[in-house]
Design a binder for this molecule. Structure first.
Ligand SMILES: [Mg+2]
Length: 229
């Protein structure tokens, strides 16, 4: 049924969204005189708006926190507080990579039978460093770091690696990035939700739930693949 398996990285192989949530908590503390709901809402809308300018990743998030802090304080926020915001962003870039349960064993097992691709979006520098620090790089035939994940991106990747769409399976936590475009190009997909989802990734076009599989955790993947193959 398929020869190549693609994996999303953030929140599929290792924790990521939880690091953003932690930093957002610190951000709320810096702006503690403003209601947390207002802080969250403004930051989320600035972050999503800025994706068009900065792309995905931590750097865009840092700029969005700075922008939000200036906006919500009518320009009154002081330099030291802005420095605190920037430092909390730098801390995110240095956070250790924590693999999700079962990941190492599953990747090791599947790499013996299938060609594995890692397909992730975000800052090139940050994502490359995460792949190296994850200790998983050796299991993947190739690592693709892209600015966005849509039908065109996936088609280009499959073309470059000479993979027929019908022979490709993608695994990921995001319906919008890892599942919907994959189903729409005629490949197979397994959705493994992470316990928390970024608002931006929650919005996606409807697709027939019969067209993809869903698992509670990655430890169940080898069994499902055996059934599907
Ligand atoms: Mg992800």
């Amino acid at each position: 049924m398929f020869d190549v398996i693609g994996f999303d990285a953030d929140d599929t192989l290792w924790h990521n969204e939880s690091i953003f949530n932690m930093t957002q908590e610190k951000f709320r503390e810096i702006l503690s005189h403003i209601s947390p709901e207002v802080v969250d809402k403004t930051l989320s809308s600035n972050h999503i708006k800025n994706l068009k300018v900065f792309g995905y990743g931590i750097k865009g998030f840092i700029f969005s926190m700075v922008e939000t802090s200036i906006e919500l304080t009518n320009g009154e926020i002081n330099g030291n507080e802005i420095l605190k915001i920037i430092d909390s962003g730098k801390d995110m870039l240095a956070e250790p990579i924590v693999l999700l349960p079962h990941v190492k064993g599953v990747i090791d097992m599947l790499s013996k039978k299938y060609s594995l691709l890692l397909i992730t979006k975000g800052d090139l520098f940050d994502q490359e460093s995460k792949v190296v620090r994850s200790g998983l790089a050796e299991y993947f035939t190739a690592v693709e770091i892209v600015s966005d994940k849509n039908c065109e991106t996936y088609k280009k990747i499959l073309y470059r690696h000479n993979i027929a769409a019908s022979r490709f399976l993608m695994i990921g936590n995001s319906m919008r990035s890892d599942i919907v475009p994959i189903v729409n190009i005629g490949s197979h997909a397994v959705h493994i939700p992470y316990h928390t989802t970024w608002d931006h990734e929650k919005k996606h076009p409807y697709i027939d739930p019969k067209k993809f599989k869903k698992l509670n955790h990655i430890g169940l993947l080898p069994g499902l693949i055996e059934e599907m193959a």
